[in-house]
Design a protein around this ligand. Structure first.
Ligand SMILES: Nc1nc2c(ncn2[C@@H]2O[C@H](COP(=O)(O)OP(=O)(O)OP(=O)(O)O)[C@@H](O)[C@H]2O)c(=O)[nH]1
Ligand SMILES: [Mg+2]
Length: 448
């Protein structure tokens, strides 16, 4: 990560595997000349040229479209050419090799977005939003990432940074010109404006935490006695025959993980061994693993056969997790499907993993119980990095305001405000170390 790369990079920009269309993307000073040699023709800016793409002996590798986007009005801010050919992986790799022979270098993961960031086309929040949009697993995650990409989050952060900058300047002015005998801080209500900034940071922090809750994966663990129907429920929720189901108690030994969606959220659902005392060492190990999984869970689904209720003790239901009791096999017991009222207010849903009754109600209860209050209001995608930076800014500003209240020392306040501002500016990448940038962009896919 140098920020000074002037070489031309190339990568396949479409997903792996075979598809009808595949795209090679070039960015850098030699993009145009490479593409013109490849197509043995002139390319005009922003015009879709239908061309043959030729190998070193003039043989046709493929034919398709070449589009030239001159910098700075391109995604990366550099000269960019997109070559759209057929999407077979052999054809695309041959085209990419040809571009590399002609002087390009294989791009690193995220290098196009990184160049876009370095050239000021997008900020760091927007760069992350591109990756989040591509990786979005739910409609809501895509919507939030798209809002971040369009600058909804960045503009709030930039605004905050601007205000902090002004307040820092005023604080420093009050140190530099004490002889003017004007209390600059008081005249400009610096303290109360800083309190407003801190309230804004707190609101943003809540918003960001709420967004994160909407887009993260949750660990949900199926726990219960043997034969209660845990594996059947996993299969019903996954809509796939992932786990072995038999009427032999103790069928499942290994833990088995499958991602499923509950409305707007994604669950990593773990099937576990039925809990019972056993002399079988394999089963004992399975039960041990079930316990470990339940202890790490955000949510435990406690499955009980409604016909032969065999509840498990509370040691399996950690207080750190949300517990939902699931009464299964109601196709036999005759209980009505859906939410079951309980005396203690615990969540309980009656289902049949066999015929699917009550499964939708269960998914709704899962979604509602994981989405804490306020998450409905989230407006943009967020990452742990954002939560950390905003928390750091909030803590630093709270501490400095408290210290200022006691000592009224502008010098200390000015020093503290530098910390607050650099935490806020790290969000958009105005202040970011190469290490952080490397970490962020290396998690992108190649060609993005
Ligand atoms: N009638 C009926 N049978 C069910 C239902 N769910 C599961 N079963 C049956 O109950 C038996 C046990 O189901 P599993 O899903 O293997 O139960 P499990 O909890 O995973 O059992 P272990 O892996 O042994 O702990 C199988 O014969 C299933 O077909 C249901 O909703 N209705
Ligand atoms: Mg099982």
């Amino acid at each position: 990560m140098t920020g000074l790369d002037t070489d031309t990079i190339a990568a396949i920009a479409t997903a792996r595997g075979n598809g009808p269309v595949g795209i090679i993307r070039l960015s850098g000073p030699d993009s145009l000349s490479i593409a013109q040699t490849l197509s043995e023709s002139e390319l005009s800016p922003r015009y879709a040229h239908y061309r043959s793409f030729l190998g070193d002996e003039g043989q046709t590798i493929d034919s398709g479209l070449a589009i030239y986007f001159p910098g700075p009005n391109s995604f990366t801010g550099e000269d960019v050419v997109e070559i759209q050919g057929h999407g077979g992986h052999v054809v695309l790799h041959t085209l990419l090799s040809r571009c590399i022979d002609l002087g390009a270098r294989q791009a690193r993961p995220g290098e196009f977005s990184e160049r876009s960031f370095i050239n000021g086309k997008i900020d760091l929040i927007q760069a992350e939003a591109i990756a989040d949009l591509i990786a979005a697993e739910t409609e809501i995650a895509a919507k939030l990432a798209s809002a971040s990409l369009s600058g909804a989050f960045s503009s709030l952060v930039t605004d905050l940074s601007y205000q902090l900058n002004e307040l820092r300047a005023l604080t420093e002015a009050s140190i530099d010109f004490p002889e003017e005998d004007i209390d600059v801080l008081e005249r400009h209500s610096v303290e109360s404006r800083l309190r407003d900034c801190n309230a804004t940071i707190e609101r943003l922090l809540n918003d960001v935490a709420a967004s994160q809750k909407k887009t993260q994966h949750y660990l949900a663990v199926l726990i219960g006695a043997p034969n209660a129907g845990k594996s059947s429920l996993l299969n019903a929720l996954a809509r796939e025959d992932v786990a072995i189901v038999t009427n032999v108690p103790g069928t499942t030994r290994d833990t088995l993980k499958q991602s499923i969606k509950a409305g707007d959220i994604v669950l990593d659902l773990v099937d576990t061994a039925g809990i019972r005392q056993s002399d079988d060492v394999i089963e004992q190990e399975g039960v041990k693993r079930a316990k470990l999984s339940s202890q790490a869970a955000d949510l435990v689904l406690h499955i009980i056969d409604d016909n032969e209720p065999q509840e498990i003790t509370s040691e399996w239901l950690p207080e750190s997790a949300i517990n939902i009791q699931v009464r299964n096999k109601i196709d036999i017991s005759g209980k009505q499907a859906g939410i079951v009222p309980t005396q203690d207010g615990d969540r309980c849903v009656a289902i049949s993993a066999k015929n699917g009754d009550g499964i939708d109600a269960l998914l709704r209860v899962v979604e509602e119980s994981l989405l804490i209050q306020g998450t409905q209001n989230s407006q943009f995608s967020a990452r742990q990095r954002h939560v950390d930076a905003l928390s750091e800014a909030h803590d630093a500003l709270s501490e400095s305001l408290l210290a200022f209240e006691h000592h009224n020392a502008a010098e200390l306040l000015a020093e503290d405000l530098k910390r607050v501002q650099s935490a806020i500016d790290s969000l958009t990448g105005q202040v970011a170390s190469d290490d952080i940038l490397g970490l962020i962009f290396s998690s992108f896919c190649i060609g993005k």
